[in-house]
Design a protein around this ligand. Structure first.
Ligand code: BTN
Length: 273
């Protein structure tokens, strides 16, 4: 297979491979589903959630044929080398707070990556992990609900673990970074996935008990974005300024030149300048 390191041949992501790591956390092994190939783990997980799958269900695929990114983009998902998975959550929060799941995920993912000895990983609001000036991972959070109530949230995560540049299209190659490229060695996917799930479960539990404040504090500390100049693309507007902080609800606060009031960005495409 193109760009697939030999060592990965013995790197299964099956339930059996992961069960030994998951010690009774939210993500019980019986809620873990592995597929050699799916169109998109987010699409599959949303279908399962609509049919009543419990919180803590995880859908993992070795490769995706129709991996989706934010804003209708494609998430290239070559088989056998990377992580593609989606978690089903049912937080009792207002729908507008479901974006906080993205921030919890970024925090736990950055911790898990640092746990491999990777220096310099940065969380870019709201859904990217950056490494060596490129994209290491992306998060796609989708929600179903009604006014005042979340039915379910699906958080999908793609991590470029061992994908070699030639595994991706010419368009993506200059932007994508991988753990293998950074560490110069193949990284086992199952322990990394399990470590992330355990860390996420810990933060999520804390979120349910204490609210968003501890997440915000850790995120502001960990993120590389505060203090940086950014360009914000919203559907209806585009502007540049300094990302100064994250507010109590998880929105990014941007100071634009000449403006007295900070702009509060709820969801948007951010480019570091
Ligand atoms: C982004 O950066 O735009 C988000 C990318 C999210 C990709 C993951 S891979 C697993 C899950 N299934 C999908 O179709 N997308 C997410």
């Amino acid at each position: 297979m193109d760009g697939m390191p030999d060592e990965n041949m013995s790197d299964p992501l099956t339930r059996e491979a992961i069960a030994e790591y998951l010690g009774g956390c939210l993500f019980l092994p019986e809620r873990y589903s592995f597929f050699p190939s799916l169109d998109s783990t987010n699409t599959w997980a949303a279908r399962m959630a609509a049919e009543g799958a419990p919180e803590g269900s995880v859908v993992v695929a070795d490769g995706q044929t129709l991996g989706r990114g934010r804003l209708g983009r494609v998430w290239e998902s070559p088989p056998g080398v990377n992580l593609y998975f989606s978690m089903i959550l049912r937080p009792r929060v207002l729908p507008q707070y479901s974006a906080q799941m993205t921030l919890i995920t970024g925090l736990a993912l950055a911790e898990a990556v640092r746990g491999l000895g990777v220096q310099g990983v940065e969380i870019k609001w709201p859904n990217d992990l950056l490494l060596d000036g490129g994209k290491l991972a992306g998060i796609l959070t989708e929600m179903a609900g009604e006014v005042g109530k979340v039915h379910y949230v699906v958080v999908g995560v793609g991590v470029n673990v061992n994908g070699e540049p030639e595994s991706y299209s010419m368009e993506i190659q200059p932007l994508a970074r991988s753990l293998r490229g950074h560490l110069q060695k193949t990284v086992k996917r199952a322990p990394l996935l399990a470590d992330f799930l355990l860390r996420f479960a810990g933060w999520y539990d804390r979120y349910l008990r204490e609210g968003f404040a501890p997440i915000r504090e850790a995120w502001v500390r960990d993120s590389g974005i505060c203090g940086k100049q950014v360009r914000v693309n919203l559907m209806e507007d585009t502007f540049s300024g300094e990302a100064v902080d994250m507010d109590r609800e998880g929105f990014l606060l941007v100071r634009c030149p000449g403006e007295h009031q900070l702009r509060r960005v709820i969801a948007g495409d951010i480019r570091l300048l």
